[in-house]
Design a protein around this ligand. Structure first.
Ligand code: IMP
Length: 186
């Protein structure tokens, strides 16, 4: 039994298979290729969760682009701490650049709204967000704090893991996205 098989045992249900993710990425890539042709975007990955998605999405974008990485922290376990800290800043200047932020999942949008606020003061030409997952919010009081222009999937409002997303740093290397069994949290 491999480590991947062991992790699979912790999964209650698979939400998006490897095949579904790759098909959706191809569609997203076509849209991004059309929108960013000739614009030489700076694609920013929000570490660590966005890294797996970043690696795939940049290869589906058939345009000249650059990559940079940022890390912020706001979550501990499955709950947001409500506090966002920049843990690793960008290496490049973003002044006058077309910025595409690549993020694994947008839940409340607090992390990204904070990030956009920080980045806006550095005078980029534009900032757009590409998120693999956008959590569906049914309660109107849970209004999202940011606009996400490019979305892979609208997912149920549950804690999900895999394809870069972790639970206490585990499950990031699962090739699909799923929901954990309750006993894993016990
Ligand atoms: P937000 O600020 O509430 O939008 O949360 C964004 C960040 O929280 C994401 O970049 C993830 O790192 C983390 N996050 C939110 N929901 C989940 C989840 O269901 N699984 C794993 N990480 C999550």
């Amino acid at each position: 039994m491999t480590i991947i098989d062991e992790m699979k045992d912790d999964i209650k249900k698979v939400l998006y298979s490897q095949q579904q993710i790759s098909e959706r990425l191809e569609q997203l890539g076509e849209k991004l290729t059309a929108d960013y042709a000739g614009k030489n975007p700076l694609v920013l990955c929000v570490l660590k969760g966005g890294s797996v998605f970043m690696a795939d999405i940049v290869r589906s974008m058939k345009v000249q682009l650059q990559m940079d990485f940022m890390a912020v922290s706001s979550y501990s376990g499955t709950a947001t701490t409500g506090e966002v800290r920049v843990v690793k800043d960008l290496e490049s200047s973003i002044e006058g650049r077309e910025i595409l932020i690549v993020e694994d999942i947008v839940d409340t949008g607090l992390t990204l709204s904070y990030l956009i606020q920080q980045l806006s003061s550095r005078k980029p030409a534009s900032i757009n967000i590409c998120a693999l997952l956008l959590k569906k919010k049914t309660d109107p009081s849970e209004q999202r704090h940011v606009d996400v222009k490019y979305v892979g999937f609208e997912c149920p409002d549950e804690f999900v893991v895999g394809y870069g997303l972790d639970y206490n740093e585990k499950y990031r290397n699962l090739p699909y996205i799923g929901v954990l069994k309750e006993e894993v949290y016990a």
